[in-house]
Design a protein around this ligand. Structure first.
Ligand code: 0RA
Length: 631
């Protein structure tokens, strides 16, 4: 078939060649996250078919031969000859870059958005693909090798099934790894099925025998229930849906007896962590509607001030999902919805329906307003408490905490603050450190869980107060990153469950109150060794169980090896702590990313793997190093 290249044929090859030459331009990276982009691309096509109302089941299989297949029961990709290309429509979408959209027929598309690079990109980066179509009573098949069709699409038998099945083997010459990660795929599929209600998505991993099936009748309503599954909730999940002229709008929300807000927004099933117009519209409608209702129902007295936006967000879990014809993604990571019409649409749809809901459910409405009023009273109390604290100068950095062993250098571009668990480890660290540039702050016992406390309580906690003063940056409205007194903030905890817990609490606090310090790369996690192996005069520190096994293999007679397991930092003497964990020339440290901090907060667990391209790149630079970290 390739005997004579026509002009269009050359174009085809050029298009896919460009993808092969610079895969990063199309899928971000060629590491494990890029590999999974191929999966998202194929799955998204089936999700589009489901969103258009033609498909009810999507079935993903990871096979032992290294291939992955996605089958749906949609209309099937057309196989008849396409007028312009003179090839089947199937071959056209598989081999022509960006052809996919032209064969779509309107509707809201995932693949019209950010991830949508087209299935031809999957073909360009696969060593083989089998495309199967079940349509009009027949089973059609076409195979591709090195991105070229082996033969025209042909009927291989009769079938009364309908749908499309794509089986691909990623090209090992392109990717650093071609091993699919079950958990990554599962969490993405779970999220997609929350966002596409009524669709059943199954996954089977034949390498391990593990399988999952997701079906959420309630869509994002089920999503909110899932996010709140461990919280004390107030009322039921409120769910609002409208097919407005601007697009499909869905909002699900539920108040809880916690103090943090959790909100996840999506446009065409794509996570928009930077928010955008749908979020703005929702926020103003929520504050206005709750105030209007509270006044109307005399729950807010005439002389009382309105509830603020912060008051109505405390303890609220929300998922917003909009689907629109022409989504505009903006912002630094292209993850912010820019369509201005969505602001007014969400604002008016949400306020109308939410007011109606409250009118019809006075008990629930009263409970929600009560929660918001409590938040308002707490806000006023917290402000008073903070004003006192600030007036006293306690947070101004005037009085550094007594237990802080500060460094002598005042050049904050090269200093380090070690936050150490417990007094005994703190003692070792103080003796072992280089006091020129390393400061030690021992924390006694568990710090407060900021998820379960408001600002006034947080500021009353001595451990946290000491930390904030040591950092020098203030908190809340007085936060000023330029006042940071150290370049690196290193969390150093024991390698046990308690240590992991303290690390989680600290990460949550940094995530919630000092996010910009994480974003600018100032927060680290120290890596103390797990074992010391000694054999004769040789001795070596190892940092993982795997490392222990590997090192043992390098000793010729392992039975004489003395294995010391470090249960806590306190078991190391100052010199050992210095040479294994604190000495910049010998230590390993993990730089904490926003994603790590998010993981520390369980509620983000369904969102792993939903990040958009530019962020992906950021993740891959750190993900490997943090991989076996049990945060
Ligand atoms: C455009 C038109 C039609 C089907 C599809 C796209 C389609 C594409 C994919 C990709 C994976 N699964 C899919 N299912 C359907 C058919 C239009 C018609 O039959 O009238």
């Amino acid at each position: 078939m390739d005997s004579q290249y026509g002009a269009s044929e050359i174009k085809v090859l050029e298009g896919l060649e460009a993808v092969k030459r610079r895969p990063g331009m199309y899928i971000g990276t060629t590491d494990v996250s890029g590999l999974h982009h191929l999966v998202w691309e194929v799955v998204d096509n089936s999700i589009d078919e489901a969103m258009a109302g033609f498909c009810k089941n999507i079935n993903v299989e990871i096979l032992e031969d290294g291939s992955l297949s996605v089958e749906d029961d949609g209309r099937g990709i057309p196989v008849e000859t396409h007028e312009k290309t003179k090839k089947s429509a199937l071959e056209t979408v598989m081999t022509i870059l960006h052809a996919g959209g032209k064969f779509g027929d309107g509707g809201y598309k995932v693949s019209g958005g950010l991830h949508g690079v087209g299935i031809s990109v999957v073909n360009a980066l696969s060593s083989t693909i089998k495309a199967e179509v079940f349509r009009d009573g027949y089973h059609w098949v076409q195979d591709y090798k090195d991105s070229k069709a082996v033969a025209d699409v042909k009927k291989v038998g009769k079938s009364d099934k309908r749908g499309t099945k794509i089986t691909f083997v990623p090209d090992p010459k392109v990717f650093e790894t071609v091993v699919f990660d079950f958990d990554t795929i599962v969490s993405r599929l779970r999220q997609q099925s929350y966002l596409t209600k009524g669709v059943t998505i199954s996954i089977t991993d034949y390498r391990s025998g593990k399988r999952f099936r997701f079906y959420f009748e309630g869509g994002i309503k089920s999503y909110v229930s899932y996010l709140n599954r461990k919280k004390e909730t107030i009322g039921e999940v409120v769910y609002i849906e409208k097919d407005a002229p601007e697009g499909l709008i869905e909002v699900a929300l539920q108040y809880t007896q916690t103090f943090q807000e959790h909100i996840f927004t999506f446009a065409n099933n794509i996570h928009t962590p930077e928010g955008g117009m749908h979020l703005t519209g929702f926020r103003s409608a929520l504050t206005r509607t709750i105030n209007n209702y509270a006044r109307k129902a005399a729950l807010l007295k005439e002389k009382e001030e309105n509830l603020t936006s912060d008051d109505v967000r405390e303890g609220l879990t929300t998922v917003i999902s909009v689907k629109l014809g022409n989504p505009q993604f903006e912002g630094q990571t292209k993850s912010k919805l820019g369509n201005p019409e969505m602001r007014t649409a969400v604002e008016s749809v949400f306020s109308e329906y939410f007011m109606q809901y409250m009118d019809e459910h006075p008990n629930e409405a009263r409970a929600m307003v009560a929660k918001c009023s409590l938040a308002a009273r707490a806000r006023l109390a917290a402000r008073a408490a903070r004003d006192t604290v600030i007036r006293k100068g306690a947070l101004e950095g005037m009085t550094l905490p007594g237990k802080l062993a500060d460094c002598s250098s005042r050049d904050s571009s090269n200093t380090e603050l070690f936050i150490v668990e417990g007094d005994s480890a703190g003692g070792s660290a103080k003796q072992g450190r280089n006091r020129e540039f390393q400061a030690i702050l021992p924390l006694r016992g568990k710090i407060l869980n900021v998820e379960q406390a408001r600002m006034d309580k947080i500021l009353a906690n001595n451990e946290i107060k000491a930390l904030i003063i040591a950092l020098g940056v203030g908190i809340g409205e007085t936060f000023d990153a330029s006042k940071l007194r150290y370049d690196r903030i290193v969390i150093m905890t024991d390698a046990d469950v308690d240590g992991a817990h303290i690390r989680t609490l600290l990460l949550t606090m940094f995530y919630r109150y000092f996010q910009s310090l994480i974003e600018t790369g100032h927060v680290y996690i120290a890596q103390p060794p797990l074992y010391r192996l000694s054999f004769g005069k040789k001795s070596e520190y190892v940092y993982s169980d795997e490392g222990k096994e590997n090192t043992l293999k390098t000793f010729e007679t392992p039975d004489k090896v003395n294995i010391q397991r470090y249960k806590g930092l306190g078991e190391m003497n100052p010199e050992q702590l210095w040479e294994t964990t604190m000495d910049p020339d010998r230590r390993t440290m993990f730089q904490v990313t926003i994603e790590d901090a998010q993981q520390a907060d369980f509620v983000f667990d369904t969102l792993m793997g939903s990040e958009v391209l530019p962020r992906k790149k950021f993740i891959q630079t750190h993900a490997k190093r943090v991989r076996n970290l049990d945060i």
